[in-house]
Ligand binder design. Structure first.
Ligand SMILES: [Zn+2]
Length: 352
């Protein structure tokens, strides 16, 4: 007897039982590989997801646009056009691969986190070398990454590899969390969760400081960077940090494949305003966010430094998915407790 037939018989016998509800097949996810034309329009629309309108010259240079000396509005218009022109269709094989991965994520979400589970999936592909991200309700995948996963998941002999498939599923979930953060959940809902991890929103922050303007890297999944991270240093004392994504080039570091880096700028409150702390040369004081022990204590399962609370949340949710499907060989008691609490919190946050 096949497991399917057995399940059907058990369902007949216990038609009203909760067991049958659990055994029923999950609802198939809605997946829309949007047309090239629709995706191009989405790249030009800053209404629901400001991105290009916030970028400075050095940021656009990271993604291949150099128009030194031209007015910034002209540069931004050219960058939007470049983004739109970079959209390219998925192949049938790529669509199947992505649909298979989404099915894995949906099976995990189904019945657990309804608000996330019912969000339709919209995906497009760009030829631009840019990290995966979202615009409005659409996930934007770089073509080179799609090709890498395609090759890793399905070799020439047709063998499927489970691990890359899970990693891609994890990445898709991460991006879908950003869509839900932007399109469905109110900021208030998230703030209580973020407060547990030490993040607090602020009304104003020195965004116009020339050093900030010439170093920052705008993240379309967390364009509003008015967040502080408070570190308890004992004896009722705190240090206040401003987490920020910056371009490696602006930091004088072009080593490694990634164009970005993560820093914590030290700030202080003076007369009700937030001021950057500076060294004797007037350069803002900062430290790297990588391997930050204090952040690790509050968020023991992050993989990417938590440079924005929306990113920290998406990162730790996709890690939770991955660790449940592919349990880590080693996990500390602190990590296990954190994962358990996060899973519980998400049940509340992702209820309809
Ligand atoms: Zn992200």
């Amino acid at each position: 007897m096949t497991p399917k037939k057995l399940a059907a018989l058990l369902c007949l016998a216990f038609a009203m039982s909760a067991w049958c509800a659990a055994a029923s097949a999950p609802v198939a996810p809605k997946i829309d590989f949007i047309s090239v034309e629709t995706a191009r329009q989405a790249m030009l629309d800053e209404t629901n997801s400001p991105f290009v309108s916030l970028m400075e010259e050095h940021e656009m240079a990271v993604f291949g646009l150099t128009m030194t000396g031209k007015p910034i509005e002209q540069q931004r218009a050219a960058f939007s056009k470049k983004l739109a022109a970079s959209i390219t269709p998925f192949s049938t094989k790529e669509k199947k691969m992505l649909a298979d991965c989404i099915a894995k994520v949906s099976a995990w979400l189904d019945g657990k986190y309804p608000l996330l589970a019912k969000q339709p999936w919209k995906i497009c592909k760009t030829k631009m070398k840019i990290p995966p991200h979202t615009r409005a309700d659409c996930i934007v995948f770089p073509a080179d990454m799609v090709a890498q996963y395609r090759d890793a998941i399905s070799g020439g002999d047709g063998n499927r590899s489970l691990l890359p498939e899970l990693l891609l599923a994890r990445l898709l979930l991460h991006e879908q969390v950003h869509v839900v953060q932007r399109m469905v959940m109110s900021a208030k809902n998230w703030n209580a969760l973020y407060a547990k991890w030490g993040f607090a929103p602020v009304k104003s922050i020195p965004l116009d400081d020339p050093w900030i303007k010439s170093h920052k890297l705008t993240n379309p999944d967390g364009p509003d960077v008015r967040w502080l991270w408070r570190e308890d240093t004992g004896g009722g004392q705190q240090r206040i940090w401003w987490p920020l994504l910056v371009t490696k080039n602006s930091m004088g570091n072009s080593k490694g494949g990634s164009p970005l880096d993560y820093i914590l700028l030290e700030v202080e409150e003076t007369g009700g305003a937030l001021v950057l702390k500076r060294d004797a040369n007037g350069v803002p004081k900062f430290k790297t966010m990588r391997n930050n022990a204090a952040m690790r204590r509050l968020m023991p399962t992050f993989d990417t430094p938590p440079y924005h609370p929306h990113e920290a949340a998406a990162d730790m949710i996709d890690e939770l998915f991955f660790s449940e499907i592919h349990p880590p060989r080693k996990q500390s008691a602190t990590q296990a407790a954190f994962r358990k609490q996060l899973a519980k919190d998400l049940e509340v946050y992702f209820q309809e």
